[in-house]
Ligand binder design. Sequence first.
Ligand SMILES: [Zn+2]
Length: 276
Amino acid sequence: MRMKYLQDKQYNVISLDDFYHHKQEQNFPDDAVVITIDDGFYSTLKVANDVLAKYNLPSTLYLTSYYCDKDCPIFMLAAQYMFYKSNNNADLSALNIQGVTGGISDENLNNIIKHGSKFKTEEERIDLLKALAELLNIDYFALNSERLLNLIKFEEIDQLVNKGMDIQLHTHRHTFPENEDAAIEEIEKNRAKIDPYLPKTQTHFCYPSGVWSENHWPVFEKTGVKTATTCEPRLIYYDTPNYSLDRILDGSNLAQIEYEAEVSGFVEFIRKLRGK
Ligand SMILES: [Zn+2]
């Protein structure tokens, strides 16, 4: 429905590279839109890839790479999902995790996530998820095979590229440390992992979880990154800094009329009035 709307209303959907060149030259086409997708969940391949191809719309996926060769759901999301889905209020003390006692509670979920995040290997986290799934009466194997919370695999990248999707940087571990060397390592490792599957080197970046700071900008100069995208809800102007490109976040929480109001610029107009 969203993509059809862009086509029906004759928005100029352009690639991120074209956007960058137009911005440098200060000659955006009328009603220009760039479509970007974060993370690389399996649904990007299963659903978005065909829809975008059907309407012949260019898009960019910011792909975080750690989970692309793990064949398991993202640990934190899987733990949250199980807590949310379970109707089996089992005693979780059986997991033998400090601070975890009794049944489903926010505190237990947080302690389990904290505990699992400290593991050195993903295998340990998978074992923890399996134990948790058993206690909460969730089918871990079904969850993993449906790939609801899994990322695409490296070998699947070409299916996206072949249909016109551009793949760019989103860090390796979905974290962007304040420390410069650690931040550079996150970009370089992300790039090293995905570059072998891509036709050209990656020069666009998206801040994980939308957390950004100007302190990071020297990191981009050093790693050959030309643009960085935030989750600040605003349209982009010629004077918007290339390292804090704003975005309208679309999702199932946004009604079609809200989406249309955002894309048309009406909400931007309201935001400006409010700002004044
Ligand atoms: Zn992300």
